[in-house]
Design a protein around this ligand. Sequence first.
Ligand code: GLN
Length: 274
Amino acid sequence: MNLRESLASAAARLGEVSETPRLDAELLMAEALGVKREQLLLRALDGKAPDRFESLVERRLAHEPIAYILGRRDFWTIDVGVGPGVLVPRPDSETLIEAAVEYFRNRPPQSILDLGTGPGTLLLAALDQWPAARGVGIDRSESALSYARGNARRLGLADRAEFRIGNWGEGLDGRFDLVLCNPPYVARDAALPVDVARWEPADALFAGPDGLDDYRRLAPRLAPLLSSGGIACLEIGAGQHAAVTKLFAVNGFTISSRIDLKGIVRCLVLRIDR
Ligand code: GLN
């Protein structure tokens, strides 16, 4: 089979496991050829498909996320290295960066904290956005932190990023202009897509019977971490707006929200007036 036929046949099979089978096939073919997808689309498709392609397609047929197979995912302006053990960055989470960019339009944040940083997604995107800022990323998973440190080095951000093991804000001293946080927020019994349920780390997804356990832990600890004029951008799941607002409002925050590209309230912006 030539490239064109291999792509068509893979796309047909991938329809069983993916909502974007043609895109997946193209990404896997580009990976097998060692080129970018854009380059693949520009070239003649008469050549033979590399042998490696089939094994990549097999992995996707077993529901492995494309980001794990390729070992990376684009997020905001950066390319984040990922693999089993860390949450794949989602476009939804860019809503947090958008909210921060809007708030800090005239005065860039100098210090940034990312609670539950995973592979460093939010912190590294923010450091790329604000070249004079420094930041700390916290996670309870050593394996996530090793992805995060590797990403910081590869992106040239290691001199401004520090990664530490920890439990939310516990034991941290200092205040930050911007706190970013995408905690686990999926309810224990929620039905997730097979890709997510089978492959992504449960620790990064689930937060008790109603998905709110980590917000409950965080709510009383957040205020002391914010500098005067600082904000926290907190990711929430679909339908959690009212419940999470309530949990944080009792801790003295002024709260606004921002929707994602699907129109779902995805980010709470929390501020303390001191
Ligand atoms: N947005 C993720 C999902 O689609 C959940 C991520 C999280 O719990 N922080 O399942």
